[in-house]
Design a protein around this ligand. Structure first.
Ligand SMILES: Nc1nc2c(c(=O)[nH]1)N[C@H]1C(S)=C(S)[C@@H](COP(=O)(O)OP(=O)(O)OC[C@H]3O[C@@H](n4cnc5c(=O)[nH]c(N)nc54)[C@H](O)[C@@H]3O)O[C@H]1N2
Ligand SMILES: Nc1nc2c(c(=O)[nH]1)N[C@H]1C(S)=C(S)[C@@H](COP(=O)(O)OP(=O)(O)OC[C@H]3O[C@@H](n4cnc5c(=O)[nH]c(N)nc54)[C@H](O)[C@@H]3O)O[C@H]1N2
Ligand code: SF4
Ligand SMILES: [Mo]
Length: 747
């Protein structure tokens, strides 16, 4: 009789930016245990509850394992050839009747965390020939992308706080106790926070909510949502007024330092204190403390992006880091130099040197394009409004906009109007229930893993490759193959004619051509056809090998024989660590001037809007969002171990506000705004500042026709029903989902 011996596999968790190393135990085809890998050079034994249930995700019976095709109200499991045939049958007539302009795509968050999707979405977008796409980026970090594009010349050139060496950390609108860090890749962020304080440093958290992160800080300063830009502008004012501006070596590589001082002069601490709800003295102290710190760093995240002045706030975070000399110095805010460079670091081919915005406008609302996209809230009206250019077909890739996009009710009404919808997704959920065809990807454990983008803002220069734990089931394509084939089908090809290998060669060859022609690349001048000819393998592995070999520590195709290749990286299953971050400026800058362009007009033109806001009457209550460590946006609620226990989709409200609204703890509240109303259980807590209530996003799993049994039993409500879609940050078009005026009453 044969017994299956337990085997252990080392594996990076693909769920968030912490990139924890795991030790996964497998018996036969079952995952029987997951422990943190204490020898992982990056995460050193850290894990959170989500990583520990990757096995449950793999075994989840609701996870789709075969394509689904809709016939009326019912679904049929089909083979892959048939799935693509049906996709073409339903999509091509739309394109013939209305042109490719009638088709668009929405790209969701897990794309950034998936071995295949993260690399091949870069192929899908151009190859599909879609003129316009939408993404979760415009409910996320678009303001930071705009700021980085203009300041440094790369929309993903984003500095990260150098946690392990800083002495002073100012955190705005980030809650790593839940999120585990964002645009800040580090495992055990809070442990690193504690270490800052243990070595005598200081941490200040600025947030309308006293979060689990604030519990690890020296000081929590509540702020009225949407006013971080005013606070930071006042800090800049103080730095100039008190002669504390000390950019050091950055001065010679920066344009616009004095201009920033002039522009922020009107923002005195006294003028912003009422709007921010932070005393002027406190603002002065924040500026002085930061200036006095030997090594300090300002870090802002989604609370500073998903809000009324997202771009100004995101920009001012970097402005303050520059003015205090902390940008690009150890202990400040630094740029990583990972083992494998990210495809996103290439300048977008459709952009002139530098960046232009507003090159086209959305049809219905006239929203200007920013970095190739308009707000995701435009999608519903583009589908629902008849006329030339109306959207008739949609492709979703690893996204759940029916829940995650503002004005969710409008999008839910619009999706059924589509003539064709194709979803690359692993679940039949609130969004994909509207699809004609669902094409599921492999489970994370059935594919290799190496993060594409996230190492670009890691707190160390590192990388880690994991092999697949289970072989992909026979006949199932990887998602890179799905994307290439789908791109060809969208562009008009018949599925039977598509040769994925040829498309992959085209994509790879094109990339090698671009890089060898780039004077800034270490492999500049190499013969592209020779590199392509010798490259082994295909798909994401071949790309990864190329980005490692042409990267900073690579073998540069023979120039540095001791350098890294994918094969060498694979020999180190606990990961490779090339050490702490090192200064990268001015070499990294890709601006037209070759300097940091600190006062770009596209951003500073928004300052009058901020000034106007200062005198505004404040609404009695505004709503903000939150995350929880056991939840992941909208999609891990089908795992019993994560959702069990008390309801986490509750309305947090300060005791004074609750009393005024007549709400009792554990009772039900009705939350309404100009866009809709929802009901949620009440949790009265002084962790909220008065005047601000809080709901998590990502819930509302009570919709008919989904196939997520556990999630449906823990449905919660969708806070994006009360997020009005017209509320966007002006320079970026990013959604405002924090600081929404709401009314609250007993339900
Ligand atoms: N009110 C409010 N709204 C918000 C936010 C907020 O703070 N407040 N945050 C915003 C932010 S930051 C983000 S990033 C967005 C997220 O918005 P989305 O990206 O639209 O939503 P997710 O919940 O991440 O959707 C994940 C989808 O991908 C599928 N999926 C998971 N893994 C895979 C995979 O490996 N392959 C494929 N093909 N599919 C997969 C899931 O089944 C699910 O359908 O939400 C935004 N919305
Ligand atoms: N467990 C888990 N981890 C995740 C996710 C998840 O859903 N669950 N989502 C992932 C994704 S897609 C992202 S983008 C990241 C986000 O990572 P974080 O940015 O750390 O996100 P949050 O935990 O939502 O923390 C945002 C904080 O901003 C505060 N805030 C709201 N409005 C304002 C404001 O106007 N000003 C200030 N100063 N603060 C404000 C909120 O109260 C909240 O505490 O997390 C990622 N990691
Ligand atoms: S913090 Fe949790 S979800 Fe994030 S990588 Fe680590 S184990 Fe995975
Ligand atoms: Mo996000």
């Amino acid at each position: 009789m044969s017994t299956t011996q337990p085997r252990t596999h080392l594996r990076t968790c693909p769920l968030c930016e912490a990139m924890c190393g795991l030790e996964v135990t497998v018996e036969g085809d079952r995952v029987t245990g997951i422990r943190p890998d204490r020898d992982d050079v990056w995460s050193r034994g850290y894990v959170c509850p989500k990583g520990a249930v990757l096995g449950d995700l793999h075994h989840d019976p609701d996870r789709l394992r075969a394509p689904l095709v809709r016939d009326g109200d019912s679904w049929r499991e089909v083979g892959w050839d048939e799935a693509f045939e049906v996709a073409a049958e339903r999509l091509h007539p739309v394109i013939e009747a209305h042109g490719i302009e009638a088709v668009t795509a929405y790209i969701g968050n897990p794309t950034a965390h998936n071995f295949s999707l993260s690399r091949y979405v870069a192929a899908f977008v151009p190859m599909s020939t879609l003129p316009v796409i939408y993404s979760a980026g415009t409910v996320d970090q678009w303001p930071k992308n705009v700021s980085s594009a203009l300041l440094y010349g790369g929309m993903w050139t984003i500095p990260t706080p150098d946690l392990d060496r800083t002495h002073h950390l100012l955190v705005l609108g980030a809650n790593p106790s839940a999120s585990q860090g964002s645009l800040l890749a580090a495992a055990d962020v809070l442990g690193r926070f504690d270490a800052i304080r243990e070595r005598g440093g200081k941490i200040v958290v600025i947030d309308p909510r006293r979060t689990g992160t604030a519990d690890h800080a020296d000081e929590w300063i509540p702020i009225r949502p949407g006013t971080d830009a005013a606070l930071l502008a006042a800090m800049v004012h103080v730095l100039f007024a008190e002669d504390l501006v000390a950019p050091g070596r950055l001065r010679d590589m920066t344009f616009g330092i004095d201009r920033v001082g002039e522009l922020c002069r009107p923002f005195t601490p006294e003028r912003v204190e009422a709007a921010c709800s932070i005393p002027a003295d406190t603002i002065r102290r924040l500026a002085r403390d930061l200036a006095a710190a030997e090594r300090g760093s300002v870090y802002g995240r989604i609370g500073t992006c998903n809000q009324e002045f997202g771009t100004l706030a995101s920009w001012l975070v970097d402005v303050v880091n520059v003015l205090t000399g902390n940008l690009d110095r150890p202990g400040g805010a630094m740029f990583a130099n990972p083992i494998a460079w990210s495809l996103t670091s290439l300048h977008p081919p459709d952009q002139p040197p530098g960046f232009e915005f507003g090159r086209w406008k959305s049809r219905v609302r006239g929203a200007p394009e920013v970095l190739g996209q308009v707000p995701i809230s435009c999608l519903a009206e583009e589908i629902a409004t008849p006329g030339e250019g109306q959207i008739k077909a949609l492709v979703t890739i690893a996204g759940n906009p029916a829940i995650s996009a503002p004005d969710a009710a409008k999008l839910e009404e619009a999706l059924p109007l589509l003539d064709c919808m194709i979803s690359v997704d692993n679940y039949l959920n609130e969004t994909t229930r509207h699809a004609d065809v669902i094409l599921p990807g492999l489970s994370p454990l059935e594919q290799p893993h190496y993060d594409e983008l996230l190492w670009s803002w890691a707190v160390r220069n590192a990388g880690n490759y994991s092999d697949a734990i289970f072989p992909p089931p026979a006949g199932r394509p990887a998602e890179w193959e799905i994307l290439l084939k789908l791109a060809a089908v969208v562009s008009g090809a018949r599925p039977s004619e598509v040769d994925v290998g040829t498309l992959d060669d085209l994509f790879f060859g094109g990339l090698v051509g671009v890089v060898t022609a780039d004077p800034g690349s270490p492999i500049h001048g190499h013969d592209a056809s020779e590199i392509v000819g010798r490259a082994e393998g295909r798909g994401p592995d071949r790309l990864l090998d190329f980005t490692i070999r042409s990267g900073p520590y690579g073998d540069h195709f023979g120039d540095d024989p001791a350098g890294l290749t994918l094969a060498r990286v694979r020999e180190e299953p606990h990961g490779i660590d090339m050490g702490p971050l090192e200064p990268r400026l001015p070499g990294l800058l890709r601006t037209p001037s070759g300097k940091i362009e600190l006062a770009p007009a596209h951003i500073t033109n928004d300052l009058p809007r901020l000034e106007e806001r200062l005198g505004r009457d404040e609404p009695p209550l505004v709503l903000v969002s939150r995350r929880h460590v056991r939840s992941n946006n909208s999609w891990m609620h089908n795992l019993e171990k994560l959702v069990r226990g008390r309801d986490r989709c509750t309305l947090l409200i300060h005791p004074d506000d609750a009393a005024r609204a007549g709400l009792v703890d554990g009772g039900a509240a009705r939350v309404s705004s100009t866009s809709g109303a929802i009901e949620a259980p009440v949790e009265i807590t002084d962790e909220m500042m008065p005047g601000v209530v809080c709901l998590p996003h990502g819930w509302g799993h009570d919709r008919a026709g989904t196939r997520m049994g556990v999630a449906a039993r823990h449905a919660g409500v969708n806070n994006n029903i009360v997020a009005p879609g017209h509320l966007v940050d002006v320079p970026s078009g990013n959604a405002i989902v924090n600081g929404i005026p709401v009314e609250v009453s007993p339900a």
